[in-house]
Structures are given as C-alpha cells and as structure tokens.
Design a protein. Structure first.
Length: 305
C-alpha cells in the first residue's frame, strides 16, 4: 500500500473480465492456442533423411513434456559463442579458462543445441572439473537459457548477462532467476570443488532447478523455469574453476527427485488463496479479522513504508 492507496479489500470470488464481449476469456485463449495450418506455399519440405537413432524417443519425451521437438540435442559447447577468456577443444567438449587472476570474467559457454529431454520430461547435463585454482571466493556456475547461440550477439561478461533468458546456480553461493531479475543465496558454493569432481544440473518437468556434485543433491535453485521451451546448457568458468569437460553420457542421479523447496515437502497447504497472510505483512498495515481488508496506518508517505 503506497502512494494514494491507504486501504484495499481482497475479492476471492472475482472472475477475470471478458475481453470479447459475448465470448469468455477462456474461450478466447483456447482459440488463440489452436494453431492454424500454414499456407501450402509455406509448408516445410519433406526431408528424405531418416531420423538419427533415438530420435523417436526424444520426440516422444519432448511431446510428453509439452516442448517443441528439437531435431538435434546438445553435442558440445558452441564454438561460435563463448567468452573471450575461454579456449575450447576441437571436439567442443573440454574448455579452459585463460585469465591470469580469475577476476577477468568472460568465461561463459553455451550448448550448441538444446538439451535432450529425458523420459520424465526433465533435462540434465553434467561436467567434470579438470582444472582448479585457490584463493577466490566463488566458483563454477551452471544454468540453462532459452536463447540459442545464434541469437546471442556476444557472450556477456558472465552468463547472467543473458538476463531474462537465463537461470543459473553457483557464483559465490547464489542463484540467479532471470525471469524475475532476482538473486538469492543457496546452500552450495562451487569454489570448493576439486579436479575430478562431477557437477550436474537438472531442471525437472515442473521447472525446478537442482545442482548435484558427484551424484549428491547439493541445493535447489530457481523454479518456474519455462520447460516447455528448448533449454540450452550454460556454464561460467569463474572463481576457482579453470576447466571443465562436458560428459555427454552422463545420467541424472537416481535421487534427482529430491528437493528442499517448500513446495515439495509433505505438508498440508490450502489449494487457493483465501486472504492476506497474517504472518507476513508490513509493520504499518492493519488486517481485518477475515484477512480480506487491509489498511495502511502510516501518517507520512515520505518517511514510512
């Protein structure tokens, strides 16, 4: 409650307004979601090439996850879009940070194609740490992006520079949620890794990000990631991590379904909003007995919030 608004009342039974006059908003949305067939002249040509081995299962998994099928899945890091301080091997699997102090940044990497959709609708990738240094406060960062390498003019200083198209975990014990432009602390810091450690990143079919080290779940990151879109792996070589190798044959850990996020805990919650929370409200707000009406009690808008 800011500015001229000193009081509001929540209307739990409110319905979204109709935007079409005679038709409801739900009907309008359904019509928008029905894809019209392309004109004959714009229809794609039928390819004479057969799908690669396993393509049928990938298409099926993508369909179950509600994602558009990508003809190819990640086979390495993109050699065309990488940080200025990164050297990439010929097979595009191994990368080395070339900065001298570790503070030069520009260690970003992105997958050449979208991540493969697993049978359960999740995506997962894993890297092995091949080179480390000591003395810095942060470490490797892993994440995903909805932007393709070809659509990135230049790899930013750090991968969070991809802004609303990026979700990542690592840094100095932090996560970045690009869709909300939000940073938050997490219970894992990549600075303590050793050569040979394997770091995996999972995004569940529900859009929850999780990080694993040597198969062990370490922390949860951003949630609400748009898993219906193709997701590209991103890695940032910063801090104490100077080299990684992409492990194409890696498998998601058996306990990948574990989580610390409150939404996944076995607690009883109400199905829908019934009022304002009494446990979390501003110090200058007074709430009615039914938790529907709220009044601001500050005397001056210039000094009180």
């Amino acid at each position: 409650l800011l500015g001229a608004a000193d009081a509001v009342r929540l209307l739990p039974a409110a319905q979204p307004p109709s935007t079409t006059g005679t038709s409801g908003w739900q009907e309008q949305l359904q019509r928008q979601q029905v894809a019209e067939p392309p004109p004959p002249e714009e229809a794609p040509a039928v390819s004479s090439r057969r799908p690669s081995p396993g393509a049928a299962s990938v298409m099926e998994a993508a369909s179950k996850a509600g994602r558009p099928f990508a003809a190819k899945s990640m086979g390495g890091f993109s050699p065309n879009k990488l940080g200025h301080r990164v050297e990439l091997s010929k097979d595009c699997l191994s990368s080395t940070y070339t900065g001298h102090t570790g503070y030069e940044m520009h260690g970003g990497l992105i997958g050449d194609y979208p991540l493969r959709v697993l049978d359960d609708g999740a995506v997962y990738f894993e890297v092995e740490v091949t080179r480390v240094r000591d003395g810095l406060t942060d470490g490797i960062t892993l994440g995903v992006s909805t932007v393709a390498p070809a659509d990135i003019p230049e790899m930013p200083e750090t991968v969070d520079g991809l802004a609303e198209a990026c979700w990542a975990m690592g840094y100095d014990g932090a996560m970045f949620d690009g869709s909300a432009d939000r940073w938050a602390d997490i219970d894992w810091n990549g600075r303590d890794l050793f050569e040979g450690d394997r770091v995996g990143l999972l995004v569940t079919k529900d859009g929850q990000m999780r990080v694993f080290v040597n198969g062990q779940h370490k922390a949860d990151g951003p949630h609400g990631i748009p898993v219906q879109q193709p997701l590209y792996a991103v890695v940032d070589l910063i801090g104490n991590t100077d080299g990684v190798k992409l492990l194409l044959d890696s498998q998601a850990p058996a306990d990948a379904g574990c989580a610390k996020h409150p939404r996944d805990l076995a607690v009883k919650v109400k199905e829908q909003m019934e009022g304002w929370s009494r446990d979390r409200l501003g110090k200058l707000v007074e709430l009615s007995e039914d938790a529907l009406s709220a009044t601001y009690n500050g005397s001056s808008r210039n000094f009180e919030l």
